[in-house]
Design a protein around this ligand. Structure first.
Ligand code: FAD
Length: 467
């Protein structure tokens, strides 16, 4: 065997796993087959999208200058300059990741890997040469790619993808966004900030299936107030986009509707990258590699982490899964004793950087009901909170869910200003299994956005039996 641990894919999951494995003394290799080095988060995911959204947020602030007694003329934007700033930031991050991968701490192979058998990889290098590599254990962290669901016309159309939009040096005058997942909602908010007429078409009755209905509704109402048209509970019939004019037909409540726009964005989701894994005949769930809570696949010595196996396709989960896989490979190889580490989704954390933002942690009401856990819920709106009034950011609310008997916080959501940061206060509290009483008694400076959490915490605490 050439290696103890071979990692296929040098994105967020793969790099985290390799770093952990080296730290645990495993002879490790990373094989990266992408055209560019960096992985999805850096190249076409979190970093570029949030950079564009930051320009959008600042443009919205400029447009509201008069409300705050300020004047900056008529704000203008330059989409090419926005993309150029994003490109600079992405190349800096990619350069940093390249340095990490080429640091020499583990062997870094450039090329696309395919399994020949369950211990052997063939690597197709960019110069056309091939080589083989054998390893005792593996991590598959090959990520995902944009999916094209079987909607008539979609595959043949010149629909934009998130990859395209992240490079588009002009904002479409109008755009139809197919799908109201995080990517669709963020891209809709980005285009809307710069004046695009935006329509979102979503298949299920609720946007963002993993949050409580009242949380999803609050975001929908805010997006509608921002001028975005949203159609839910639909079935797509046909899509056409020749790059100049687009048309989408869909059915809603038994009626066929047809909309036109300058462009269509396919934000209907991503699929795992599974090519090269065929000889393994791995078990899958919903098309993704099936993993146990210790990240092992149907082959005990082959682990999987990140978007390729899912759980929640976000970066911190990919990293955590990769680290757990590396630890468990070390135990499997007999280099470490102790029980295998397992993923714990109790602190399931999720954020959408739309305008306003949405974030949640822990269980939803539906999940608690399904588990038979009795709980209390309380929420508080931003339009009655000092700091948000000061900021002029009054959309949305915060919500807490707590165990009916003990008061332990079991879940929280925010729709509103700085939601993606505000949620972390509850993440920390939940990590230490704080109750609403603990939470309400922690000092909160006035006036701050964070202070808003004390109101639902106190409301629930008042309903608990006295201690
Ligand atoms: C527009 C957008 C915005 C997002 N925003 C956020 C956000 O704000 N926050 C968040 O947490 N998440 C966000 N995500 C999701 C996040 O980017 C992913 O969950 C995360 O990057 C997945 O990491 P990964 O390691 O599983 O996969 P990747 O980073 O995709 O890494 C997989 C790597 O494997 C390589 N590879 C594939 N096949 C092979 C092969 N056969 N041989 C060798 N190498 C191979 C690929 O080249 C790639 O480098 C966003 C995603 C998108 C699309």
């Amino acid at each position: 065997m050439d290696y103890d641990f071979a990692v296929i894919g040098g994105g967020s999951a793969g790099y985290a796993a390799a770093r952990t494995a080296v730290g645990l003394g495993l002879k490790t290799a990373v094989i990266e087959g992408g055209k560019e080095i960096g992985g999805l988060c850096i190249l076409r995911g979190c970093m570029p999208s949030k950079t564009l959204l930051e320009s959008a947020r600042r443009f919205r602030v400029l447009k509201r200058a008069g409300e705050f007694g300020l004047s900056c003329g008529t704000p203008e934007f330059n989409a090419a300059a926005i993309i150029a700033r994003k490109n600079r930031l992405v190349s800096e991050c990619a350069e940093y990741r390249r340095g990490q991968l080429e640091s020499g701490k583990f062997d870094f192979h450039r090329g696309r890997a395919e399994f020949l058998d369950s211990h052997t990889l063939r690597i197709h290098a960019p110069d056309g040469k091939t080589s083989t590599l054998r390893s005792r254990t593996f991590l598959i962290s090959t990520g995902s790619e944009i999916g094209i669901p079987p909607v008539p016309g979609l595959a043949e159309s010149r629909c934009l993808t998130s990859d395209d939009l992240l490079d588009l040096e002009s904002i479409p005058e109008s755009i139809i966004v197919l799908g109201a997942g995080p990517v669709g909602l963020e891209m809709a908010s980005y285009c809307r900030a710069f004046g695009s007429r935006v329509t979102i078409i979503q298949r299920s009755p609720q946007i963002l299936k993993s949050v409580d209905p009242d949380v999803a509704s609050a975001l929908v109402e805010s997006l509608r107030r921002d001028g975005i048209d949203i159609f839910t509970n639909t079935s797509l019939l046909h899509v056409a986009d020749d790059g100049r004019q687009a048309r989408v037909s869909f059915e809603q409540s038994g009626k066929v509707k047809s909309l036109e726009a300058a462009r269509v964005l396919n934000a209907l989701g991503r699929k795992p990258r599974l090519d090269g894994l065929e000889p393994l005949n791995l078990a899958t769930t919903h098309g993704r590699i099936a993993v146990q809570s210790d990240q092992s696949t149907s082959h005990a010595h082959i682990f999987a982490a990140g978007d390729v196996c899912g759980g929640l396709e976000v970066v911190h989960i990919a990293i955590q899964q990769g680290e757990i896989a590396a630890h468990n490979a070390t135990i499997l190889l007999g280099r470490k004793t102790g029980a295998p580490r397992v993923m714990d989704y109790r602190l399931k954390l999720f954020a959408v950087f739309s305008e306003p933002q949405l974030a949640s942690v822990g269980s939803t009401e539906a999940e608690l009901r399904a588990s038979g856990i009795e709980f209390l819920a309380a929420s508080y709106p931003f339009n009655d909170h000092g700091k948000s009034l000061v900021m002029g950011e009054t959309e949305g609310f915060v919500k807490l869910l707590a165990h009916r008997a003990s008061g332990e916080i079991l879940g929280a959501s925010v729709v509103g200003p700085e939601a993606s940061d505000l949620i972390h206060e509850v993440v920390v509290a939940m990590n230490y299994r704080a109750t609403v009483r603990d939470f309400a008694s922690i000092p909160h400076y006035h006036p701050t956005l964070s202070e808003i959490w004390t109101y639902p915490a106190e409301e629930i605490a008042d309903q608990l039996s006295p201690t």
